[in-house]
Design a protein. Structure first.
Length: 255
């Protein structure tokens, strides 16, 4: 009987030491994201707004008055484990909001894929359900199918007469309104995959958004032809979605 008791004691002690060793050798880590914005490498902040400081690939001089966008389903993936930073996040450069996100739970050291969706997938693009976006006037009118904007990007450009002209580069789910009673939609959100990252310590991941890409890759954007009333323009929305896929890239990872 004493031998059995001693054996149980050894097993319990060994298990306790093992758990303690795992905890101490591989403690869980905090992970945060930081979004930064640039125009072909030159940093952009709200102090740069309303000045003709930028030039598109097509040669138009541009000033920015508003730039805000939504990303959703922001997550780290390790095999079957998925850790979600946020279901969605509104980033507003003018108001300097939404630049930083912290994972609500700690993760163990290891390799994780970092992914998010620009805008909302059709499944998540539910009309009127996100109260903060409603308050921010981020809704899409019912005549265009409802739901939410993916991005509101407004400003001015110098037209062919060197006069100031407005642009409203608004990105939404593409809608074909050829028959107003039978709207045809195409989900123009897209997934951003920033690759696999290895975490050893607490980490901050910088995600860079190059705003110039919206006007150049793969489609060279001509603001003299496509400037306003772009939301109901099905073809323009398809072009925007294609250009957006090169906007985001992985920046510095500090640990």
């Amino acid at each position: 009987m004493k031998k059995i008791i001693m054996l149980l004691f050894v097993i319990i002690a060994f298990s306790s030491c093992k758990d303690e060793k795992d905890c101490c050798v591989n403690p869980s880590k905090n992970v945060s994201l930081k979004f930064t914005h640039n125009w072909d490498g030159s940093n952009i902040s709200s102090s740069d707004f309303n000045n003709f400081k930028f030039t598109t690939k097509n040669g138009e001089s541009v000033s920015v008055s508003r730039l805000r966008y939504v990303i959703s389903n922001i997550r780290l993936i390790n095999g079957n484990e998925i850790f979600t930073f946020s279901n969605y996040n509104l980033i507003d450069i003018e108001e300097e909001k939404g630049f930083n996100l912290t994972l609500p739970e700690k993760i163990f050291p290891g390799s994780y894929q970092l992914k998010f969706t620009f805008g909302f997938t059709d499944e998540d693009n539910k009309d009127g359900v996100y109260q903060d976006l409603n308050s921010a006037s981020f809704n899409v009118p019912g005549m265009l199918g409802g739901g939410y904007h993916y991005m509101q990007f407004d400003g001015k450009y110098k037209d062919t007469n060197n006069a100031d002209a407005n642009f409203n580069y608004h990105v939404i789910r593409a809608v074909n309104r050829s028959d107003p009673n039978n709207l045809i939609f195409e989900d123009t959100s897209f997934e951003v995959d920033l690759g696999t990252l290895s975490f050893i310590n607490d980490s901050e991941i910088t995600i860079k958004a190059n705003i110039a890409e919206w006007f150049k890759n793969p489609n060279t954007w001509n603001l003299n032809e496509l400037n306003t009333v772009l939301m109901p323009n099905f073809d323009a929305q398809i072009l925007m979605s294609a250009n957006g896929k090169s906007v985001f890239s992985l920046g510095e990872v500090t640990q």
